[in-house]
Design a protein around this ligand. Structure first.
Ligand code: HEM
Length: 400
């Protein structure tokens, strides 16, 4: 996107002419590129690209912006602003206190206890997928595992037929990628039209799934409206699919390139692998969100004006050495790695237990069957930016 003129209140020393979705060097290494920008910049900078916005770069400033809903609203959380203004999904674009009852609903529906009950079915899906190609000595990890696995888990979480997985995946991708084959609004409309009869049916005859839970929830004396139930279910889909698809890509690429890391993981028991996922999320955060400035204010030496957007590249929070020593290294002995891969503050990801379980179980089932593997020559390991960072196509191979 062409740069827009820099507003007069922005100090020129804070201007960096970069596109957050195509950072220099990010095609080669998404995380190293963000780390380089963080290392050479003040804690908050302005870019004239994508309609002009701020970028919080230090971990401390990112944490502050995400946690302070009095000064920073979730009204628009996607850059550029003209696109973010159309999103309007529940509960991401609602601030506390209105946000709280929706969150309670999600927290209950995706609690650790609920996720534990899903472990066996997550393991079954992971094992079945890996068994499908282990003997072949090679797989397109992106297409054959990463893009299939979280959709299958989502389908069982909301209890909808597996046959519809391809359409649902397409809509989810169109709602999280820049320049998608189908515009955000069309994909959202298609998903709403698909869900509409399902929500109606679950309201009449609820089951034990997340859509039934949402459709019949008590919101402090009232039921959720039909439209609210649609918006909430859509948000769960778009938040829980593309993130896991791409996170798994970054992790498996790292393991393919670092035998010592995969051997360390392979030697761990289930509890050890589950704990190691904290460090992997710190190292491979990938979601770029934003907050809307509520009122003019002075903030860390810059003047923010109402309605401007502050970008939060969560992927670089845990890579700040002022927060975690030797941040580019994966160190499973690191005590309490700090990051905001799952966000921070009131909107912190309610799906994080599910995401961690999906990653830990994938690692266990994969490493049991394929302890050693490498990147195939025809892989395209370049990264692309977006609300969720991604690796284009990870192809892996191993000795049979
Ligand atoms: C790699 C995995 C994942 C990552 C990195 C991730 C990251 C995030 C982040 C950074 C936010 C905060 C957005 C904000 O502050 O505006 C968020 C929110 C959210 N996530 Fe996740 N997520 C992941 C997986 C999941 C899964 C599996 C689900 C559910 C199936 C999910 C559901 C949600 C929902 C519903 C929200 C909105 C919460 C709110 O606005 O209160 N996420 N996620």
């Amino acid at each position: 996107m062409e740069p827009v003129p820099t507003p007069a209140h922005v100090d020129p020393s804070r201007v960096v002419d970069i596109d957050i979705y195509a950072l220099p060097g990010s095609a080669d290494d998404f995380h190293a590129a963000w780390k380089a920008l963080q290392g050479g910049s003040p804690p908050i900078v302005w870019t004239p690209r994508n309609e002009g916005h701020w970028i919080a770069l230090s971990g401390a400033v990112m944490a502050e912006v995400q946690s302070d809903h009095e000064r920073f609203s979730n009204r628009i959380i996607v850059i550029p602003k003209s696109v973010g203004a159309q999103h309007g999904l529940i509960p991401t674009t609602i601030d506390p206190p209105e946000h709280r009852p929706y969150r309670k609903l999600l927290n209950d529906g995706m609690s650790l206890a609920k996720v534990r009950k899903m472990h066996d079915s997550i393991r079954h899906v992971a094992a079945e997928l890996v068994d499908g190609f282990a003997a072949r000595g090679r797989c397109d990890f992106t297409a054959e595992y990463a893009q299939v696995f979280p959709i299958r888990i989502f389908m069982s979480l909301v209890d909808i037929p597996m046959d519809d997985a391809d359409s649902i995946r397409l809509w989810a991708e169109c709602m999280t990628r820049p320049n998608p084959p189908m515009p955000f609004e069309d994909a959202k409309r298609a998903f709403y039209a698909y869900l509409d009869p399902i929500v109606t049916a679950r309201r009449a005859s609820p089951g034990d799934d997340l859509i039934s839970h949402v459709a019949t929830a008590d919101m402090g004396g009232r039921a959720l409206t039909h439209d609210e139930a649609l918006a909430l279910s859509t948000q769960i889909l778009i938040a829980g699919v593309d993130t896991v698809v791409n996170f798994l890509g970054f992790v498996l690429l790292h393991l393919a390139r670092h035998p010592e890391v995969r051997h360390e993981l392979a030697a761990m028991n289930s509890a050890g692998v589950a704990s190691a996922t904290h460090e992997l999320f710190r190292r491979f955060g990938l979601v770029t969100i934003a907050r809307t400035v509520k009122a003019d204010m002075e903030f860390h030496g810059v003047q923010l004006e109402a309605d401007e957007l502050v970008c939060i590249p969560t992927q670089v929070h845990g890579l700040d050495e002022r927060i975690n020593a030797c941040p580019m290294q994966t160190d499973f002995q690191r005590r309490a790695p700090r990051h905001s891969a799952f966000g921070s503050g009131p909107h912190m990801c309610p799906g994080q237990e599910l995401a961690r379980a999906e990653v830990a179980i994938t690692l266990e089932e994969w490493l049991k069957r394929i302890p050693d593997f490498r990147v195939a020559a025809d892989a395209d390991t370049r990264c692309s930016g977006g609300i969720v960072g991604q690796i284009n196509r990870l192809v892996l191979e191993w000795d049979r």
